[in-house]
Design a binder for this molecule. Structure first.
Ligand code: ZN
Length: 268
């Protein structure tokens, strides 16, 4: 099974990302998508991917850091343009398989909303030019995300809605556009409504993820999350779909390969 969203570079792993990955391999994890969220973590993701054939990288600027690309009026700044050029150069690295994580976060609002929209638009364009899919981060901004993406357009290679938290309408919107739903530890939480959306989407539209070091599954809430715990997410999803976990693993691994690997093998 493949962890489609992890941050092995994070300080929480104290420089031991490769040890954490080794532990996950012993637990049956066969691949990792290490996701960047600013320039430094994008470079670190590439460095990890260069060291391990089962780790792939994404490069992108998180909505929290959209202020590095655009001002409060939603205009790209000179520093932002330079940053986008650097991202574009990084995106040509053969181990980079997506642009992300990009999107809208109106929960924490760490960057002005117009800046978030401008950063998202610029990186969707970059993904289209680079012929890469995208990894979306969306929090408390589902209606705005759906409307904006329909307005500016998705890159032809599509992408995944990481840590999916949308409603039934968002599921249908994603499925109709060929986007995958990234499902992680939240699906195991007792109060979560995510099981309904997982059942609504169906296995062919799902990817498994941990988002480690964040969002640990039950019974590890309160700890640092580990990609080694991806099996807890797999088992929960299989239970919801009333499927054999091995079938869910096979189907989601195939979706990961189709989205991120087979296509980029042509592009590069
Ligand atoms: Zn993430």
């Amino acid at each position: 099974m493949i962890d489609s969203h992890v941050h092995l570079n994070r300080l929480e792993f104290a420089g031991d990302g490769l040890v954490v990955a080794a532990r996950a391999r012993l637990a049956g994890v066969t691949g990792f998508l290490n996701v960047g969220y600013d320039l430094a973590s994008s470079r670190e993701s590439i460095a990890l991917a260069e060291q391990s054939p089962d780790i792939w990288a994404t490069v992108g600027i998180h909505p929290h850091d959209a202020g590095q690309l655009a001002d409060e009026a939603g205009r790209l700044t000179p520093a932002g343009r330079a940053c986008l050029e650097e991202l574009e150069a990084l995106s040509r690295h053969p181990r980079v398989v997506a642009i992300g994580e990009i999107g809208l976060d109106f929960f924490r609002d760490l960057s002005p909303r117009p800046a978030q929209l401008a950063a998202l638009a610029a990186q969707l364009e970059l993904a289209a030019r680079a012929e890469l899919p995208v990894v979306f981060h969306v929090r408390d901004a589902w209606p705005q995300l759906m409307e904006f993406v329909d307005q500016v357009g998705l890159p032809p290679a599509r992408g995944v809605l990481h840590a999916f938290s949308g409603d039934a309408h968002a599921v249908d919107w994603a499925v109709a556009r060929g986007l995958r739903l990234g499902i992680g530890g939240v699906v195991t939480y007792r109060q979560s409504v995510l099981p309904e959306q997982v059942a609504r989407a169906g296995v062919e539209h799902l990817l498994l993820e941990t988002d480690a070091p964040w969002l640990p599954p039950v019974p590890h809430r309160g700890s640092r999350n580990e990609p080694a715990w991806l099996g807890l997410v797999l088992d929960k999803v299989a239970g919801i779909l009333q499927m054999d976990p091995r079938d869910v693993e096979r189907r989601t691994d195939a979706s990961f390969a189709a989205l991120f690997l087979e296509r980029t093998a042509d592009a590069h």
